[in-house]
Design a protein around this ligand. Structure first.
Ligand SMILES: [Zn+2]
Length: 209
């Protein structure tokens, strides 16, 4: 369960929009996900998915280096300096940056998921929009179609080659030639052969009260 303070839809949405307004110039895309997108009237926390601008860099020897800090990080630090936000944590998990922040004035929690691979933008948006039941349904539907998601929700169009600690692993990882690019959410529904459901319909069908 979330420890964030619950708040009415309008307040949470207003705050989410302000955050996006402050940060969107550092991203290629930024969208409100979670229960706000599903139009729930009581919101426990704000979820935002961001696609960072590509910042390919080479080192002295012309080898690509992994960018660990982006201008988005700097912009968030600035909001923190202005006492608008405070950190809970900032970590890298499965190729994604998950920043948990909270708004100092209201105590509303904000989870920011920073996606760097645009092939996974659609799946990230769908998974973070939820609800949990829908996200699980997506994963199961993929397996039924002999596909699977891994490493930040990249969709591999082949059977999982082996199982490790309950999760499937592709030997080629993000370089697998059978990854289906999902740059939009609609493409996720198409790839998984699920008739499109609006976020509110996902709430009605898969939400729990
Ligand atoms: Zn693969």
């Amino acid at each position: 369960m979330s420890k964030g303070r619950s708040s009415p839809y309008a307040l949470a949405k207003g705050l989410a929009e302000k955050l996006i307004h402050s940060l969107e110039k550092y991203c290629d895309k930024m969208e409100i996900a979670g229960s706000i997108r599903r139009l729930k009237q009581i919101v426990h926390d704000i979820e935002i998915v961001a696609l960072v601008k590509e910042q390919a860099m080479d080192d002295l020897f012309g080898q690509p280096v992994e960018v660990t800090r982006t201008s988005l990080d700097d912009a968030i630090d600035l909001l923190w300096d202005n006492e608008l936000l405070a950190w809970r944590y900032d970590k890298l998990k499965g190729g994604i940056k998950h920043k948990r922040l909270f708004h100092k004035h209201t105590g509303i929690q904000c989870d920011l998921y920073v996606v760097s691979d645009r092939r996974a933008w659609g799946s990230w948006l769908a998974v973070r929009t939820g609800p949990v039941g829908f996200s699980k349904f997506m994963m199961q539907k993929a397996l039924k179609l002999d596909m699977f998601f891994e490493d930040g929700f990249l969709l591999h169009n082949h059977k999982a080659p082996y199982e490790r600690r309950g999760s499937s692993r592709c030997a080629y990882g993000a370089k697998c030639p059978k990854i289906i690019p999902l740059p939009t959410e609609v493409m996720v529904f198409e790839a998984l052969k699920i008739p499109y459901l609006s976020p509110e319909q996902r709430e009605v069908k898969f939400g729990i009260g």
